[in-house]
Design a protein around this ligand. Structure first.
Ligand code: H2U
Length: 368
C-alpha cells in the first residue's frame, strides 16, 4: 500500500517550467535548490570607497583617455566614441571569405556615455533632474543613431562582477546595421503575439501584472517594474511603461520624469537588498529604427531588462553553467519570492541613511 498523501502544487517547493513569451524559451524553476549548501565560489564585495575624482581615470572630466583625447570638463552627461570599439566602422567586410555555416555581417559604431561628472555616484544616488538628463541623452542618441541604424543598443554593465572596466557611472551605446540576436527574437515573438491577439504582448502583460501584484516591485501611474513570470536571473526585472510606447524617443516629458523616479526607486531597492552597489547588466529594447522607422511596429512595447547576477548574498552569484548552458535555463528561487523581497525593502538608500546617521552622531558628539 502506498502512503503517498495527495500534495497540492506549490511553486516554492515544486519544480516546474515557465514559458518566456519574449524569447520563445522555457525556464526551469526549482526553488527548493536554495536549500542546498554552498561551498563554491564567493565573490569580493564591490569597492565601496570610490574617489569622486581620480586623476588617473580616463572617464573623469578633463582627463586624457587611452587614445590621447581629452574629455571636456563636463558637468552633466558626456558622450564619446569608444576608443576600443568592439564595433569597427572601417573593418573590411569578411563575408566574401567565409565558408558555408560561417556567415558574417558587418556592425558599426560604439559610444561611451558618462552619466555624471562624479565617480562616486550611481543612478539611485543621483538627483532626479540628473537622471532625467541621462534619459534625455539616451533618447537623443536613439534619435541620432536610429535615423540610419536599424538597431541602437543602450546597455549598462554595472560592477566588476559584470565585466565593467571602470567604476565611473556610465553606459555604452552600440549601433549596428542589422538586428542582433536578442532583439530579432523579441521582434519575432512580439509580432506573432500581436498577429494572434491584436494587442502588444507586453502591454497586455503589464496590465495583468498590475492587477495581480504578486510580481510587482515598484509602480507608478506611468511605469511598472516586475520580476517577470519567466525571469531567469534571481532578481531580474522588467521595466515597462503602462501606455503603448514604441521607442524611448516617444516618451513625454512627464513619462521621462516618471521613469527617472521609478529607476531610482528600483535601483535603491537593488542596492538595499545586500547593502552594496548592486551589480547588473541592463539594457533598453524598443522598436527597431533606421529603415524600420517607416514600417508598422505596433507589436513592439518599449522596455528595459535588468539582469543582476547575485543569488544568495553580496558574495554568492548565480552561475549559468552546466544544465543552463547545455539544456535549459534554471532558477533557484521563484520570481514571486524575489519580487516580494525587493518590494518589502525600504525606498531610502542605505548610503543616505548611513550618512544621516553619521551626521546625527556627529551633531550629538559635537554637542557634548
Ligand atoms: P565598460 O566598463 O562597460 O567596459 O565600458 C567602458 C568602456 O570605455 C570600454 O568599452 C571604453 C572602453 O573601451 N574606454 C575608452 O573608450 N577610452 C578609455 O580611455 C578608457 C575606456
Amino acid at each position: 500500500m502506498s502512503d503517498n498523501k495527495e500534495v497540492s502544487f506549490d511553486a516554492k517547493d515544486h519544480q516546474h517550467l515557465r514559458y518566456n513569451p519574449l524569447r520563445d524559451t522555457w525556464v526551469l524553476v526549482s526553488a527548493h535548490r536554495m536549500k542546498r549548501p554552498w561551498a563554491g565560489q564567493v565573490e569580493k564585495p564591490p569597492e565601496e570607497h570610490i574617489p569622486r575624482y581620480d586623476p588617473g581615470n580616463p572617464l573623469c572630466p578633463g582627463n586624457t583617455r587611452a587614445n590621447g583625447k581629452v574629455n571636456s570638463h563636463y558637468d552633466s552627461t558626456y558622450v564619446f566614441e569608444n576608443d576600443f570599439p568592439a564595433l569597427q566602422p572601417d573593418a573590411p567586410d569578411p563575408a566574401s571569405l567565409m565558408p558555408p555555416l560561417c556567415l558574417s555581417l558587418h556592425v558599426f559604431l560604439s559610444k561611451v556615455m558618462c552619466f555624471h561628472p562624479w565617480s562616486d555616484v550611481t543612478l539611485p544616488l543621483m538627483k532626479m533632474h540628473e537622471v532625467v538628463k541621462v534619459i534625455d541623452k539616451w533618447a537623443g542618441l536613439v534619435e541620432e543613431l536610429g535615423a540610419t541604424y536599424p538597431w541602437v543598443q543602450i546597455f549598462e554593465n554595472k560592477g566588476a562582477m559584470m565585466g565593467c572596466s571602470n567604476p565611473h557611472p556610465h553606459c555604452q551605446v552600440w549601433a549596428s546595421n542589422f538586428l542582433p540576436n536578442e532583439p530579432a527574437l523579441s521582434d519575432r515573438c512580439q509580432r506573432s503575439y500581436y498577429q494572434k491577439h491584436g494587442e502588444p504582448m507586453l502591454q497586455q502583460y503589464a496590465r495583468q501584472e498590475a492587477e495581480r501584484k504578486e510580481r510587482v516591485v515598484v509602480e507608478s501611474p506611468d511605469w511598472l517594474a516586475v520580476v517577470p513570470y519567466w525571469a531567469t536571473w534571481p532578481y531580474q526585472t522588467l521595466l515597462l511603461p503602462r501606455r503603448h510606447v514604441l521607442r524611448i524617443t516617444d516618451l513625454t516629458t512627464e513619462e521621462r520624469e516618471g521613469l527617472a523616479d521609478i529607476m531610482r526607486r528600483l535601483l535603491t531597492k537593488y542596492d538595499n537588498l545586500f547593502e552594496i552597489s548592486f551589480p547588473y547588466s541592463m539594457g533598453w529594447h524598443g522598436a527597431p529604427t533606421g529603415p524600420h522607422l517607416k514600417e508598422d511596429n505596433s507589436h513592439w512595447q518599449l522596455h528595459a531588462h535588468y539582469y543582476p547576477p547575485l543569488l544568495r548574498s553580496a558574495m554568492v552569484k548565480k552561475f549559468m553553467v552546466g544544465y543552463e548552458m547545455l539544456a535549459q535555463e534554471q532558477r533557484d528561487l521563484t520570481p514571486e519570492q524575489a519580487a516580494e523581497k525587493l518590494r518589502n525593502l525600504p525606498e531610502e538608500h542605505y548610503k543616505n541613511r548611513e550618512n544621516q546617521e553619521k551626521g546625527g552622531k556627529e551633531k550629538e558628539d559635537g554637542g557634548k
